[in-house]
Design a protein around this ligand. Sequence first.
Ligand code: AMP
Ligand code: ZN
Length: 308
Amino acid sequence: MTVLPPGAATPLASAEQILERLFKPTGVPGVHIRSGAYEDIVEALGRFITRLRPEGAEVYRAPPVVSRALIEKAGYLKSFPHLLGCVCALSGGEAQIEAAVDRFASGAGRWTDDVEATDLLLAPAACYPIYPIAAELGTTPPQGFVFDIAGDCFRREPSQDIDRLQSFRMREFVAVGGPEAIQAFRESWIARAPDIAGALGLPHRIEAASDPFFGRIGQMIGRFQVAQSLKFELLIPVRSAQSPTACMSFNYHRDQFGLTWDIRTSDGEAAHTACVAFGLDRLAVALFATHGVEARQWPEAVRRALGL
Ligand code: AMP
Ligand code: ZN
């Protein structure tokens, strides 16, 4: 595992400087309006990641909403119900909708008291729509199927921290196939990650990690996840060198999604899956924190790597 290089680990730009220079507030914690200067870097990161794309990957781009049935089937409610955002709407007849609007307009109450859940959720991660697509493709080939998927994600974790957003972008490479191929896929990305961070001039280390599972049983699942090495994260100092931020993750789901969507390998076993996630907003903020708020002044090698 790579260690944070001494001296390079303290962020150059503070959270206040980044907020001031690159974002406009919305009044909601963890939701910012992004400036052109910031989006230029997110777009450059997108092109940088495209150059890393595994050969033969099928490319998809997801809308910010996802079918509620899909996330329910994936078992998300057992693990992270506290993070989900559900799309609700005024879905009654004209009279009922009018009554809700009038209540708001007259100041008598909240229009939101009448909303009902729709069949949509805000996507909590980019990779969920991939598994039914993989199932449609049929039996997995020996090297597995590989996908490139990205989208806007939402997690209900309001925070004032600059690296913990409610609305953020995620890009993922997802592999579906036999256990050996999938473990090798994930291992190869863990091995490559230091070079990726290095090319961007970002101090880093890789650590075993767990997801923020809900409740007390969730804490036990989290410990199991660490013990089984199911999740690793690439950590980069964003707010401080002492508590660096997870900017990429390397997840091995074993046969959980293969069983759920009945994805089979050629020997008839449930397929295994893994995903490599790039937190686009966290990587962009990490770049500004590390190299300063003026992208024009970033080290030449970093600008070249990003095609700036
Ligand atoms: P996860 O599915 O939790 O492994 O998330 C995948 C990647 O998305 C992480 O490695 C982060 O870079 C990014 N990410 C997760 N949660 C947030 C958040 N609240 N704000 C910004 N980026 C996030
Ligand atoms: Zn994923």
